[in-house]
Write a protein of this length. Structure first.
Length: 157
């Protein structure tokens, strides 16, 4: 007896109006078909930089809202840079999907959290992300302390 097939959502993005999303959609649909996944929605941001945050990317925002509503089981993205170029925004997106219980498939990076090995890689990435956040907080606190209690400047002769 076969299990229920996964509901997949595609997220595609191009940075300029001169680029097309067609090849990303085509490739991801073919992969979903081979895996027996049903593509239930395609979210896109066309002509939007990956460095922009969620607020400036309506396709990403809609996808994350629908992930929270569990409208699909896995998000398929052609490459990690399509999901985001800002590390902080990228980590926020990944954490959002994980909290919603939605898997992530990144084709070009061979990351697939629907598999045990993919989940392990995802968790290791999450550990590094948590470490980086802690380091950022430490640096921010240190810099704030330095501004509150500035060190005396040395005279250069």
């Amino acid at each position: 007896m076969m299990g229920k097939s996964k509901r997949a959502a595609l997220y595609v993005r191009v940075s300029t109006d001169k680029q097309l999303i067609d090849h990303q959609v085509r490739d991801l649909r073919q992969i979903a078909e081979r895996r027996g996944w049903d593509v239930v929605e395609t979210y896109s941001d066309e002509g939007v930089s990956g460095a922009k945050g969620r607020k400036q990317r309506p396709g990403l925002d809609a996808m994350l809202k629908d992930a929270s509503r569990r409208r699909f089981d896995v998000v398929m993205v052609w490459a990690i840079d399509r999901l985001g170029r800002s590390l902080i925004d990228l980590l926020g997106t990944i954490e959002h999907l994980e909290a919603a219980g939605v898997d992530l498939y990144l084709d070009q990076q061979n990351i697939d959290t629907t598999t045990p090995m993919g989940k392990l890689l995802f968790q290791i990435t999450g550990a590094f992300a948590e470490f980086e956040r802690t380091m950022i907080k430490t640096r921010v606190r240190r810099d704030a302390d330095r501004q509150e209690y500035p060190r005396p400047r040395r005279q250069v002769r």
